[in-house]
Design a protein around this ligand. Structure first.
Ligand code: FES
Length: 158
């Protein structure tokens, strides 16, 4: 008898609790939806103004591999283009030659062209500004030739 009287009491109690939680859950859900709407319009603006990567467009103006103007290369001398690893010489007026700027001795960058000679500052090797051949050691092999094209007054790396 005692157990029968307890069961009807406990059953309605459980239903009441479940119903209360359900209502609270709905209220929370509605509140969340309301705030989400406001936030979503704001976050849309943030996303829309995202980073427009225009850096590539700016880099696109390099165009041809123009190294220099012919007037940049002194007659009887030359110029080293470190970024390209090339030395361009003008051994005689109007004749332009190009070689690797990497010394064949131990790989230093050659520097300073004068009197038809390309000099390496590391150990004093000298190379012909006409054909890259060794004028003075310790280097034993010629500078590698590089291909250039002279078009008008522009020198282009081929
Ligand atoms: Fe050029 Fe030694 S690296 S002379």
């Amino acid at each position: 008898m005692t157990s029968e009287s307890l069961q009807p009491v406990s059953a309605p109690a459980r239903r009441t609790v479940v119903a209360a939680v359900g209502a609270a859950g709905l209220a929370v859900a509605l509140t969340a939806c309301g705030s989400d709407d406001k936030k979503s319009s704001g976050s849309t603006e943030v996303n829309g103004g995202g980073s427009g990567g225009d850096d590539n467009a700016a880099a696109g103006n390099a165009g041809a591999n123009v190294l220099a103007k012919t007037s940049d290369i002194p007659e009887g001398g030359g110029k080293v283009f470190a970024d390209q690893g090339v030395v361009v010489t003008q051994p005689t007026a109007g004749t332009f030659k190009a070689f690797s700027s990497k010394c064949t001795h131990q790989g230093c960058a050659v520097k300073g062209i004068s009197n038809g000679v390309i000099n390496c500052p590391c150990h004093g090797s000298q190379f012909s500004a006409t054909d890259g051949s060794v004028k003075k050691g310790p280097a034993t092999s010629a500078l590698a030739a590089a291909k250039i094209t002279v078009d008008g007054d522009s020198i282009t790396l081929a």
